[in-house]
Every structure is written in structure tokens, then in C-alpha cells.
Write a protein that binds this ligand. Structure first.
Ligand SMILES: Nc1ncnc2c1ncn2[C@@H]1O[C@H](COP(=O)(O)OP(=O)(O)OP(=O)(O)O)[C@@H](O)[C@H]1O
Length: 811
């Protein structure tokens, strides 16, 4: 080895050592000299030195990550010559260069020193291993293969080190990739050579005029090329320094050159280059690739790859659920009870989808679609499904709200996608539930840009429906609870040609629906009689309520461990659907209980002795989960019309509770709040809608709840207020007159309620005698009053367009 080569070796060793002591790698950072194999003979031509500096730490670290018995390796490292030589170098660096030169050993001395140190280190390492082996031997333990301990043979002959590398797993790969990336950032990014500060560069090189050229690498580092006449020590290494920014570097250099009075013709040339090429580009892109990959993976996990239109990248795809005619749609018209007219109208679509040629032959244009409107739970979705089931075609179901998104254009894109899919599947049925979410009349609500998305979606829907060819064989059905708010463009012929209204079922409809749902329930009762009775007791129930009621009855029966569902279970289920469950935890004081009992007795007596009141079914003072402390139930008939007399009797009956409180207690309570609300509503309807006030006259003021503007003048408003008050007062006076004459009856009922908590129609007959007027509810007469087998319950039923009768919870 030549004398000239020695400083180079030491310089490299010094840089390597400094790099490895960097805080980023920690104190246990691997030493560059131990790279898997080391010559036992201590030859300085050890592979560690001969590897390019850039590769040493990585390779070393990767191997260490999977190696066992690292402690021995560390011990060896600590005493290795590499460490000491680097320390020496550090010290040497601090000395002035002239000293350094004078103290420099000769080649032979240096090699001898290193040999000696290395031999000492190896000897110490051997001693450590021998001691370890002895310890293990004592314990009688046999360890797995590891550095220096796997076998005697191996420990004696240290030519090779055996590593126990477990198979790579997914997370290992990720960790290794990350580690590589970090290493690149903190280590690879450094060029080979010695690092300087700006000041060192200035004092040692620039001021002395050694610098020939500067190269700015990747806008981060500056490599210094020295003149050939420079100090031999300086030229022995490649020098570089880091810069914060190119601008500041240029500024500093400019200033320095000015200070040194270097003429502009001799200024140091500066070159700018990018190093690293493809490897740099890959690493620069890696974080982006990882983030995008993670997002993609999360997205697939969150939505499931099979979800229609799901996912970040499927944002504009339709979210319609497809029901296949062969497997999913088992519903036929027979499963949809009642609504015969609606079925008849929709049958036309079925016939068309089954035999389109029959219609097309005669030049008939096929209806594009139908809007099914009606209160919630009346079976609109069910009817649409049954249409698909009967026609035997695919059924694409989607909710209007699924089109509405934050970003304008997504809804429209989903509409487009939905129709595209439908055309591919033709013949098929599209069902858009809650179409009012997108189909509201345009320009009705104050816009400010918030409705742009909705309007864009609606426009797209209009366009798509217009764009149908007669050969498309796609029918669009839509369900809504609010047909009144829909845009008229939707309803015109050529789009939703048909408008099918599905109302709450009447008594016969309810009976039919009960028969459908009772078929799935285990009961030994006669189904015809049972369904008739239940339909009489459930005025105002929708199909969904009926389905729920049958299910509740079965649940109650199961809870009580009955063998079949009995009438009492159905009664309890109806009560639960109307008033919620009994709230046993709410304990009333004696006084409150008395107030509630007299309040309810007031309602009951009014209901019994008013000719137009609805048949009374049950009075209870058990608190219920919907917040009522007590309630009276009636069985209203399915009236299409309400007479003024009926309305007055209902209002009088509704005020019965408050009047009874006034009569029996020194002070009234807040318990009549719901009653007062109902009375006000009925009186207002009489005055503003039904022309039942002579003062206001034969006018109808249609005032929507959301509208701020009153459709009448201030003067009329005053008259309306007066008339509403007058009607309520009249009902109040009638009620006082009636109840004053029935004081005893009220007391009888109230005391019975206090002792029994619940009284039914039989109890009322026993206490008050036969009702002096016939019940006007035929179904009730036929199934309930005529056959006094059970104590029925019933909810209120609002007649068409009228506020509901007032049987519901009161106090
Ligand atoms: N005519 C009916 N015959 C049998 N079951 C019915 C009938 N009407 C409603 N149901 C029952 O009520 C459930 C709910 O009905 P559906 O979802 O069709 O109501 P909807 O009118 O679409 O309600 P919404 O307006 O809230 O969407 C049905 O699954 C069915 O069990």
C-alpha cells in the first residue's frame, strides 16, 4: 500500500464513522467494517473498506435486521480498528494541518499499528464468545444457529458468519421499503467525499484561491473542484457543502468574491446538475404512489368491490340496486293486498313489458312511467316490485336522495348511468323512491346556488325520459309522499304519464292486508274473523303499520312463551304501535294520578254521551313511552266527509279532559296541551279551509307550513283568529254543560280507573249503561261491538283531508 493511499483510507473511514454516529441512525448504528464477513486474519484489505461508501450502511443494516446474536457483533465492532481509526482521524482533523503532517506515521508503522489493534480486537471477541459458550453450556441450553454460538466448529473458525433469516412477510417488506427510502433520504443523498461548512470552505479553500469550479447538485449540495496547484492535503479528498437555497448560495458566493476582489473575468464558474436519474425519480414518486395505493385500497375496503357505483372512483356511477327477476323478485300482485284500482292501472305496464309487440303493432305509444303517490308505508315500493315480479323483468331500485351530492354534476352523471344500465337490460323497470328529493319544482325555493345540483339532476332526468325510444322497453316508476311539490315538467305526458294515488287503506283494504300478513303468523284463530276485527280496530293504519303490528303480536306471543298468537297479543301489539310501550318506571304521585283519572274520565263521558262522537274502546291511565300519562281510544269510521256536527262533537269530546279538571280540582294543569292543539287545528281548518265560518265566508286559504307569507290580509287574519276562538269557546261551553250534568258518571269512571288503571268498553257499559246512540262504524258494529269476545283497541283515523279524530294520548 502506498503512502499516498493511507490518508485516503483514513479519510473514508472517518466519514463512514461520522455518518454512522448520526443521531438519525442512533448509537447502535451498524459499523461499516462489519458487513457480513470479515477476515479473521485481520488483513486491512477487508471488504468493508473496499465497498463503496454509499452501499455500506444499507447492506449492513439489512443484514443486521434479520441476524441473530447481534450482541457479539456489536462487541466486536466496539473494539474494531475502524472505530478507533475514525476517532483518531477526528482528533487529527482538529489539529492544524502542519502538525498533522509532522506526526504522521510511516506506512509500515501505520500498518503495524492497525494489525496490532485488529489482532487485539479479534482476541477479545474470541474471549467473549468462549465465555458465552461456557455460560450456555452450564445452563445446558442449546440455542439456534447464531453468530459465534451455533457450533464449536463455527466459533473456532470465523471465516463466515451465519445469519438466521426468517421468511419475509408483507409487513417486513413494507418496513424494508420504508427503511430503504429513509436511508436514501438521509444517507444516499450524500455524495462520497468530505463535508464542509460554508465558513470552512471560505477560509480553507476559497480565500486561498484553491477553488477551480463549483457544481451545484440537485440544488442542495455544492461539489468543490480544486485547482491542481492546491494544497496536496486538500486535493486528497472530494469536498462538498450543503446549501439552504441556490439563491442564498449565489448571494454568499457573490459577496465573498467581492470581498476577495476577484475580477469578474476570473470569477469561479458554477455549474448546476441533477444527479440520481431514474432512481431519484422513482423515489420521488414513491410517496405519491403509496398514498394513492392506500387510498385505493381503503376505498375498495370501505365500499366493497361489488357495490354498485361504490367507491371514490365510481362517484358518478348510479347506485341503483338490481333485483333480478329470476332470483330476487318473488313479489306478485297477490302479495299486494287492497289497492285494486292502482293495480289495474299499473297492469298496463306489465302487459306492455310482457307483450310490447301487441301495442306497437297498432301504433300505440307505451306509457313512459308512473308516479305512485301516497302517505308513507302504503305499499308504493311493494307495488312497483310486484309490477317487476309480474312482468318478469329486472328491477332497478334507487332512492332520489342517492342522486343528491355535494358536487354539481354527480347527480346528473348518476342519472345518465342509471338509464344507460337500464337500456342495456331492457326490458326492465326503474323505480325511483322519494323522487321529491330531486323532482321538486324548480325555482320554488330560494336558490343562492344551493339547488344547482338538484336542478341539474332533475334536468338530466327529464332529458333521459325524453330520450327514450319506443323500442327501449324501459318503464320508470317513481314513489313520493309529496306529489304536490313535484315539478310540472315531470308530470307532463311523455314523462310520468300516469299518476297513481295510493291512499291509506280503508277497512276492507286493511282486512286484506291483515290476511296477507297473518298468513305468515302461527295462530289458531279464524283468520277471516280475526282480520275483520283487527281491521276495525286499526283505523288509520298504513300497510307498513299492519305488517309491523302482526310482527309485534308474534314477538309478544313468543315473549310470553305462547304456542300460538292470541287475540290479547294482537291487542297489545296494536296498543304498542299506537301509544308505545308501557312506561312502568314513570311513577305518578297520588294527586297526579287523580288528575289523570278525572281528565280521562271527562273524555270518556263526553265520548259516551255525544251523538257524533266515535265509539270509545279503552281508557288507560298507565303512562306510555310516547310521553302520554293516560289516553282514551276510539274507533272512528272510515268517513270520507266530516259534518259540522261531527266536528263540534269531536272538539267537545277533546276538551272533556280539561273541563273535568276545571270541575274537580282547584287548579288546572298543563296536561291538556295536546287536546288544545287538536281543537285549534280543527277550528282553523273549519274557518280557513272548509268554509264553516260565516264571518270569514266561503274561502279557502291554502297556507303551506313553510311559507312565510299569509295568503290573507291582516284584517282577515284578525277575523280568522276571532272565529277560531269563538268555535273553541263554543265547544268548551257545550262540554261544560254536558259534564256538569254527568258529575256522578265522571266520578264512577275516575274511581274505576284509579283502582283498575285500564277500563274497556264492557266496563263503560256496566258503569254508564248502554250508549244512547248507535255506533256509526259498521265494521266496528260487525266485528267488535256485535260480538263481545274481547276488549278491542283502536287508534284514531283521520278522515280524508281532515285533522285526525282525537282519541290519542291526552294527559
Ligand atoms: N298493500 C299492501 N299489502 C301488503 N303489504 C303491504 C301493503 N302495503 C304495505 N305493506 C307492507 O308495508 C311495507 C312497506 O311498504 P312500502 O315500502 O311499499 O311503503 P311505501 O309506500 O313505499 O313507503 P314510503 O313512502 O315510506 O317509501 C311492505 O314491505 C309491506 O310489508
Amino acid at each position: 500500500m502506498t503512502r499516498r493511499a493511507l490518508p485516503l483510507i483514513r479519510s473514508i473511514a472517518s466519514i463512514g464513522a461520522r455518518q454512522l454516529r448520526s443521531p438519525l441512525l442512533g448509537s447502535r448504528a451498524p459499523r461499516p467494517l462489519v458487513v457480513g464477513s470479515i477476515s479473521h486474519k485481520g488483513d486491512l484489505g477487508i471488504s468493508g473498506h473496499l465497498l463503496p461508501l454509499r452501499q455500506q450502511p444499507v447492506l449492513s443494516m439489512l443484514i443486521r435486521g434479520y441476524a441473530t446474536g447481534n450482541h457479539n457483533e456489536d462487541k466486536l465492532n466496539k473494539s474494531s480498528s475502524g472505530r478507533e481509526s475514525s476517532d483518531e482521524d477526528n482528533k487529527a482533523e482538529k489539529r492544524p494541518s502542519s502538525d498533522k503532517k509532522s506526526e504522521e506515521p510511516t506506512d509500515d508503522e501505520y500498518v503495524a499499528q492497525v494489525r496490532e489493534k485488529l489482532a487485539k480486537a479479534m482476541e477479545k471477541a474470541k474471549r467473549d464468545r468462549d465465555r458465552d459458550e461456557k455460560d450456555k453450556g452450564k445452563k445446558g441450553e442449546e440455542d439456534g444457529p447464531s453468530f459465534g454460538t451455533s457450533s464449536n466448529k463455527k466459533s473456532q473458525n470465523q471465516d463466515s458468519i451465519e445469519f438466521n433469516i426468517p421468511p419475509m412477510q408483507g409487513n417486513h417488506i413494507i418496513i424494508a421499503l420504508l427503511a430503504t427510502y429513509l436511508l436514501y433520504l438521509f444517507i444516499f443523498d450524500r455524495p462520497a467525499g468530505r463535508e464542509l461548512t460554508w465558513q470552512e470552505f471560505r477560509v480553507s479553500l476559497l480565500d486561498k484561491g484553491f477553488v477551480e469550479r463549483l457544481t451545484v447538485i440537485n440544488r442542495k449540495l455544492v461539489r468543490v473542484t480544486l485547482k491542481s496547484n492546491a494544497d496536496s492535503l486538500a486535493t486528497s479528498s472530494t469536498w462538498y457543502f450543503t446549501i439552504g437555497s441556490v439563491d442564498s448560495f449565489e448571494r454568499n458566493l457573490e459577496e465573498a468574491q467581492k470581498e476577495l476582489r476577484i475580477p469578474s473575468s476570473e470569477k469561479i464558474p458554477v455549474a448546476y446538475i441533477d444527479e440520481g436519474g431514474a432512481w431519484n425519480t422513482i423515489l420521488a414518486l414513491l410517496p405519491t404512489v403509496v398514498v394513492v395505493g392506500a387510498l385505493f385500497w381503503l376505498n375498495r375496503r370501505a365500499t366493497g368491490s361489488s357495490a354498485p357505483g361504490g367507491g371514490l372512483f365510481g362517484v358518478g356511477k348510479s347506485r341503483a340496486r338490481l333485483f333480478n327477476q329470476e332470483t330476487d323478485i318473488k313479489i306478485k300482485f297477490k302479495d299486494v293486498a287492497g289497492m285494486d284500482e292502482a293495480k289495474e292501472e299499473i297492469m298496463e305496464f306489465v302487459k306492455f313489458l310482457k307483450e310490447p309487440a301487441k301495442y306497437e303493432r297498432l301504433g300505440a305509444k307505451i306509457p313512459r312511467g308512473a308516479i305512485l303517490s301516497g302517505p308513507p308505508g302504503t305499499g308504493k315500493t311493494l307495488l312497483a316490485k310486484a309490477t317487476a315480479g309480474e312482468a318478469g323483468v329486472p328491477f332497478l331500485s334507487v332512492s332520489g336522495s342517492e342522486f343528491v351530492e355535494m358536487f354539481v354534476g354527480i347527480g346528473a352523471s348518476r342519472v345518465r348511468d342509471l338509464f344507460k344500465t337500464a337500456r342495456k337490460m331492457s326490458p326492465c323497470i326503474i323505480f325511483v323512491d322519494e323522487i321529491d328529493a330531486i323532482g321538486k319544482a324548480r325555482g320554488r325555493t330560494s336558490s343562492m346556488g344551493a339547488n344547482d345540483e338538484r336542478e341539474a339532476t332533475l334536468n338530466q332526468l327529464l332529458v333521459e325520459m325524453d330520450g327514450f325510444q319506443t323500442s327501449d322497453h324501459v318503464v320508470v316508476l317513481a314513489g313520493t309522499n309529496r306529489p304536490d311539490v313535484l315539478d310540472s315538467a315531470l308530470m307532463r305526458p311523455g314523462r310520468f304519464d300516469r299518476h297513481i294515488n295510493i291512499d291509506l287503506p280503508d277497512v276492507e283494504g286493511r282486512k286484506a292486508i291483515f290476511l296477507v300478513h297473518l298468513a305468515k303468523i302461527k295462530t289458531f284463530l279464524d283468520l277471516d274473523n280475526l282480520s275483520g276485527k283487527l281491521s276495525a280496530l286499526t283505523a288509520g293504519f298504513s300497510g307498513a303499520d299492519i305488517a309491523n303490528c302482526c310482527n309485534e303480536a308474534a314477538l309478544i306471543a313468543a315473549r310470553k312463551q305462547a304456542n300460538s298468537v292470541e287475540m290479547t297479543h294482537f291487542e297489545a301489539a296494536i296498543e304498542r304501535v299506537i301509544a308505545g310501550i308501557e312506561k312502568k318506571s314513570r311513577v305518578l304521585t297520588k294527586e297526579d294520578q287523580r288528575t289523570v283519572a278525572y281528565h280521562e274520565a271527562g273524555h270518556a263521558v263526553c265520548g259516551w254521551f255525544l251523538e257524533w262522537a266515535d265509539p270509545l274502546l279503552k281508557v288507560s291511565i298507565i303512562p306510555r313511552s310516547i310521553g302520554a300519562l293516560g289516553y282514551a281510544q276510539y274507533a272512528p269510521a272510515d268517513n270520507m266527509l266530516m259534518s259540522e256536527k261531527q266536528l263540534m262533537d269531536r272538539m267537545t269530546m277533546t276538551l272533556g279532559g280539561r273541563v273535568s279538571e276545571e270541575m274537580h280540582f282547584p287548579t288546572i294543569t298543563s296536561g291538556a296541551v295536546d287536546d288544545l292543539k287538536k281543537v285549534t287545528r280543527m277550528a282553523t281548518m273549519m274557518v280557513t279551509q272548509w268554509g264553516m265560518s260565516q264571518k270569514v265566508g266561503l274561502v279557502n286559504f291554502d297556507q303551506s307550513e313553510q311559507s312565510f307569507n299569509k295568503p290573507f290580509s291582516e284584517e282577515t287574519a284578525t277575523i280568522i283568529d276571532e272565529e277560531v276562538r269563538r268555535i273553541a269557546k263554543e265547544a268548551h261551553t257545550r262540554c261544560i254543560e254536558l259534564l256538569q250534568s254527568k258529575r256522578n258518571e265522571i266520578q264512577l269512571i275516575a274511581e274505576e280507573l284509579l283502582s283498575k288503571e285500564v277500563i274497556n268498553r264492557e266496563d263503560l257499559e256496566r258503569l254508564l249503561g248502554q250508549r244512547p246512540f248507535p255506533d256509526r262504524n259498521a265494521a266496528f258494529e260487525k266485528y267488535v261491538a256485535g260480538k263481545k269476545e274481547t276488549s278491542p283497541d283502536t287508534p284514531p283515523e283521520p278522515p280524508a283531508g281532515a285533522p285526525g279524530p282525537e282519541p290519542a294520548p291526552t294527559t
